[in-house]
Design a protein around this ligand. Structure first.
Ligand code: NOJ
Length: 498
């Protein structure tokens, strides 16, 4: 009898640990918000329907199809453009507090310019989504620019490499505020400028995939983005905030960089990477200028390379004043961690941003993988990056604007994704309650499987699976839908919270 009882206790407690792992059993604050995200080019499809203009992703996938792993495009993608009714029903069923999506600039302004034609069908598409969200009491978090620049702006003046972009973007943003602002409380100007500028202009992993000037163009791009962001923020502040009562920010991506050893040099390497990735954009927003380590290293190398001035552009005093403080919260896109190891500086030669940074990176072999080589499951990294942001940038409010896990697809019983979400969310709780980080919202990437840029449809991040060989693009919930639904409903990660 005693043995039986002991066995039972052992069995039930092992089940507890199996099912709950070490998930935190505290409740999320009652005003904490949960959402899901998508981005226009990745889900909408309808690439040339109803007057939409061409954008740089249409252009890239059509002109250089070999760049995409499965030679696919976002021409149809999830066909979200024709499926909003069904998608809104799914969002309602999921019970999310908000839906984070982006506007396709060229669907609203086919040429990109506000003095060009406004595409009424595009405006109607987003206006309808917004009113349907409102009916369902789901808030909208809108990203103005998730990488799909109207092609005409790329052709006319080189897009993100030209200061002309700043006013053109600000006018587009203003149009969006005028059209939709009364129903939007959260605006994000740019998604992941680090990835956008580095992949767009340094290593051709994203459109426009121009690599004419490594070590130069990506910094120009970052400079233009920061000025366009600041201008837009100031306009919102001055003309729209009072009546529309929204908040505006930028979404920055970063890994957590864990020092490869306790050697102070590795600590320095890890910190340097954080500064070169997150600090590149966060530092100007909080303090007005780039991180000192970026300024110093890039200037020193530029001079040795024979440049008269640093390859990292300088802000004028006026620009510093304009940029400083232009955020109401910080959008954090975080997926994974990386080990950082100090290395000798690379010899002076052709400029390259990785030489400016000069840190050796690797992944710990014990970290669980995913379908994306860069994405290892390191839940505690989220807690560390959140705490680092709190300590480095004066405790800003943080919205986790993206976080998620990829598999190769075809897996409806996605227990690994559930485990990822549970463990990462557990670390959100620890960051909030144990470290005092001001995290107010969490966004699962992604609402549904979609076009993963140059990986095409080979890496799936969705809560809902999409059948891409069926013209109707039917959506099917994965097991993670039930898990997330439950978390949202109970605000709790385990069977019962404290
Ligand atoms: C970040 C990007 O914003 C999104 O477009 C992408 O699909 C996910 N990360 C996953 O890589």
């Amino acid at each position: 009898m005693i043995l039986q009882k002991l066995l039972f206790v052992f069995y039930t407690s092992s089940l507890f640990w199996k099912n709950n792992l070490c998930a935190d059993n505290r409740k999320f604050p009652s005003d904490f918000k949960f959402g899901v995200a998508t981005a226009s080019y990745q889900v909408e499809g309808a690439w040339n329907a109803d007057g939409k203009g061409e954008n740089i992703w249409d252009h890239l996938t059509h002109s250089q199809p070999h760049l995409v792993k499965d030679n696919s495009t976002g021409d149809i993608a999830c066909d979200a453009y024709h499926n909003s009714k069904e998608d809104l029903a799914l969002l309602e069923d999921l019970g999310v507090d908000f839906y984070h999506f982006s506007l396709s600039w060229a669907r609203i302004l086919p040429t990109g310019y506000t003095d060009g034609p406004v595409n009424e069908a595009g405006v109607k598409y987003y206006a309808n989504i917004l009113s349907e969200l409102e009916k369902r009491k789901i808030e909208a978090v809108i990203t103005l620019f998730h990488w799909d620049m109207p092609q005409k702006l790329q052709d006319d003046f080189g897009g993100l490499l030209n200061d002309t972009f700043i006013d053109v973007f600000a006018s587009y943003a203003q149009l969006a505020f005028r059209l939709f602002g009364s129903r939007v409380k959260y605006w994000i100007t740019f998604n992941e400028p680090f990835i956008m500028c580095q992949h767009g202009f340094e290593n051709a992993r994203k459109a426009p995939a121009i690599t004419k000037a490594p070590g130069i163009d990506l910094y120009t791009c970052g400079h233009v983005v920061l000025k366009a962001h600041a201008k837009t923020y100031r306009i919102y502040d001055k003309l729209y905030r009072k009546t529309q009562k929204g908040r505006i920010a930028i979404a920055l991506d970063t890994d957590w960089f864990e020092p490869a050893s306790a050697d102070p040099k590795d600590l320095e390497a890890a910190e340097r990477f954080l500064q070169f990735q997150f600090g590149w954009f966060a530092h100007p927003l909080v303090f007005g200028n780039y991180p000192q380590v970026m300024i110093d290293r890039i200037e020193e190398r530029s001079k040795k390379e024979g440049f008269k001035t640093s390859r990292l552009p300088e802000f004028t005093k006026k620009e510093i004043d304009e940029i400083k403080g232009t955020f109401d919260f910080i959008g954090l896109n975080h997926y994974t961690s990386t080990l950082a190891k100090w290395r000798e500086d690379i010899a002076i030669g052709k400029p390259e941003s990785s030489k400016d940074l000069s840190v050796s990176v690797s992944k710990d072999s014990s970290w669980e993988g995913s379908a994306s080589s860069w994405l290892k499951v390191v839940p505690w990294g989220l807690r560390k990056i959140a705490k680092w942001i709190k300590d480095t940038y004066k405790n800003p409010e943080i919205m986790i604007a993206e976080n998620g896990y990829s598999d190769p697809g075809g897996i409806l019983n996605d227990s690994r994704r559930i485990n990822y979400y549970r463990e990462y969310l557990s670390n959100v709780l620890k960051a909030i309650y144990d470290d005092g980080v001001n995290i107010t919202a969490y966004t699962a990437w992604s609402f549904m499987d979609n076009f993963e840029w140059l990986e095409g449809y080979t890496q799936k991040f969705g809560l809902y699976s999409v059948n891409f060989s069926d013209p109707e693009r039917p959506r099917t919930p994965k097991s993670s839908v039930n898990f997330y639904k439950n978390v949202i409903r109970t605000r709790c990660l385990v069977d019962r919270c404290l």
